[in-house]
Design a binder for this molecule. Structure first.
Ligand SMILES: NC(=O)c1ccc[n+]([C@@H]2O[C@H](COP(=O)([O-])OP(=O)(O)OC[C@H]3O[C@@H](n4cnc5c(N)ncnc54)[C@H](OP(=O)(O)O)[C@@H]3O)[C@@H](O)[C@H]2O)c1
Length: 355
């Protein structure tokens, strides 16, 4: 999407971890006319509004993605929607599946319907590695959401909105994740760190990298893609050792709904996967005859190549595992205020490429 044209944005889940970081980055960009922050809890709106003071381009819009009418009102005059609102805690979703389904699937369908009705130009939805070969309800709802966005794109036509999906893995330091959990235990003087499984691996990304990846894909998007970044993996035992080198580790067993390793591009989608220098694209399995898109060449002019039919992008098969030093660098960046600049010493791997 050209940065020379003034655009209005709406971020569902704009008061969440991703939403706030995306907002900070967006407000530094040129030609941002208006940004609508959409989420439910008025306290979070109030706090964020106070942080931004008297910023005339910001509009705080309390609302629920389950409420189509409210979404339609919020999308009036909006060009670009970033859909980040979700229920994302695996155990809560297991216990309360209908809540998760209503927000993650019903909410996604409402975002799509409102975008069509209000003439939005682009919609980028956030997904997760847990949506690839899902084994828990959270992942299953995000897979259903991915499918809704991809199908919406297929039926959109030349003039309708473009829909795309960004799928990535564990965000370092995000609420409820392992880094703050270990930090809390270490701070409380724990005598050992609990490890679910000695072999467990995860994909690893900072929020800044996630935000930058979303921006770049808004520029790359033709519509219908699932964008997956090439990111490193972490062995959880290495993480624990880096954060607390002298603490013994205690194996406590894998938790309900948890995988030993995560997948971002499943083998079953190998024939649909296109590899680029720094990311993969999973192209839609469905196409409409009047809309043939060449997914090996994106709108930034980047040329990709077809992955092998049995290709799988899995956290334990990654070619880059973070070492202790890199793990601590990631933790340092994750702890920074969303609006703070990166320190000059930040290694290249953690520096976002600008679009
Ligand atoms: N964090 C990770 O490790 C990770 C990894 C991969 C993908 N993702 C994906 O990235 C996205 C953003 O995650 P995050 O870490 O920023 O989550 P987060 O910090 O929990 O933020 C979620 C946001 O969504 C809003 N929200 C929740 N339910 C809503 C509803 N029914 N209607 C409107 N707003 C609602 C929340 O505010 P209210 O509760 O006030 O409404 C909040 O603003 C999600 O789609 C998630 O699946 C996250």
């Amino acid at each position: 999407m050209s940065l020379s044209v003034k655009r209005s944005y709406l971020i569902t889940g704009g008061t969440g971890s991703f939403g706030k970081q995306f907002l900070s980055a967006l407000m530094k960009r040129p030609n941002v006319e208006r940004v609508v922050v959409f989420s439910r809890d008025e306290q979070k709106h109030f706090a964020l509004q106070n942080e931004w003071g008297n910023e005339p381009r910001l509009q705080f819009f309390p609302g629920d993605v389950r409420d189509l009418e409210r979404l339609e009102r919020a999308m009036a005059g909006v060009d670009v929607v970033i859909h980040a609102a979700a229920m994302k805690h695996v155990p809560i979703a297991e216990f309360h599946p209908t809540e998760c389904i209503q927000t993650n699937i019903g909410g996604a369908q409402n975002v799509i319907s409102a975008a069509f009705k209000m003439g939005v130009k682009s919609v980028m939805a956030l997904s997760t590695d847990k949506a690839a070969k899902p084994i828990n309800l959270y992942g299953a709802t995000k897979l259903a959401s991915d499918k809704l966005f991809v199908a919406a794109n297929a039926s959109s036509g030349e003039k309708g909105p473009k829909f795309g999906v960004v799928r990535y893995g564990n965000v370092v330091g995000s609420m409820g994740s392992v880094v703050p959990f270990f930090n809390r235990l270490i701070g409380q003087g724990a005598t050992r760190l609990p490890i679910t499984d000695a072999n467990m691996t995860r994909f690893w990304i900072t929020l800044r990298q996630g935000v930058d990846f979303v921006f770049r894909n808004l520029d790359r998007m033709q519509g219908g893609e699932i964008f997956v970044p090439k990111i490193p993996s972490v062995r959880i035992v290495d993480l624990a050792r880096a954060m607390a080198p002298t603490l013994p580790q205690e194996i406590v067993g894998i938790r309900p709904g948890e995988k030993l390793h995560e997948v971002m591009c499943p083998r079953e989608d190998g024939h649909l996967t296109v590899e680029f220098e720094d990311h993969y694209v999973i192209q839609p399995t469905i196409t409409f005859p009047d809309r043939k898109i060449d997914y090996t060449l994106n709108r930034l002019g980047e040329r990709g190549w077809r992955a092998k039919p049995d290709f799988e992008y899995r956290s334990d098969l990654n070619d880059h595992f973070l070492n202790s030093e890199e793990i601590l660098e990631y933790n340092k960046i994750a702890a920074l205020d969303p609006r703070a600049e990166l320190p000059a010493s930040t290694p290249a791997i953690l520096r976002a490429k600008s679009a």
